[in-house]
Design a binder for this molecule. Sequence first.
Ligand code: S5P
Length: 278
Amino acid sequence: MKPAILSYGERARLHKSPAAKALLEVIERKKSNLCVSVDVTKQADFLKVIDVVGPYACLIKTHVDIIEDFDPSLIKNLQDLSVKHDFLIFEDRKFADIGNTVALQYSSGVHKIASWSHITNAHPVPGPSIITGLASVGKPLGRGLLLLAEMSTKGSLATGSYTEEAVRMARAHDDFVIGFIAQRRMEDVGLLENAGESEEDFLILTPGVGLDSKGDSMGQQYRTPEQVVLESGCDVIIVGRGIYGKSDNVDVQAVQSQAERYRTAGWEAYQKRISHKS
Ligand code: S5P
């Protein structure tokens, strides 16, 4: 059965990846398919936003390298919030180098991403060796990888045969790749005719989501949760500025009400999707 017509809970029971299973379970438990992208540059703002949005999110997406006053205590505080509010952590590192280098970037350096991030992502541009490099570090820890099969930006080059190759790479490494950053479902992408019904269940996490704006001045393009989850069949909406607003002036009340609003919009779109198709 196609994942888009199954509930998150049913998919959690069927999934063999521990990271995908954990994400699907938290989505079902919290009735939230909202991932909040917390792209702020000060530790205090970062932790404040996460503490406010945590109850509404299944996943918190980080860019740890933009934190100006980073020190290792931040990771401990982030992990404590992840337990307090029951969400998973996704470091949006967008690895893009040879296997040996990405393995080092993932395991080592200041940030030691693999030690705390349940999910991370990579560009497929180097070919399958990027997956084997990252898997050598992440698989023993039960982590999961998303491949960037498409991007939300105007003029993205991740289209056509590039997207198809990303999907083929994921299929060949589905013991570590749990899904895609993409704008739509990928089940039919790159399949030969007569390939038959596939059993695969790749999660689709989708950025470029906004209820009040169509984009920004730097090429970002937004669609609504309904377009993303109901019309395009995606699983998780990724929302950044639509929720936290201006990063230099965090308004706790506003952040909380936006998180609630996006969570409701994402969940209602999912409920419509599974009731339409069953
Ligand atoms: O195609 C993409 C892939 C990603 S991961 N487009 C994106 O916007 N992202 C990320 O999602 C981006 O790096 C940012 O952290 C977030 C979108 O932020 P927003 O403020 O535009 O919602």
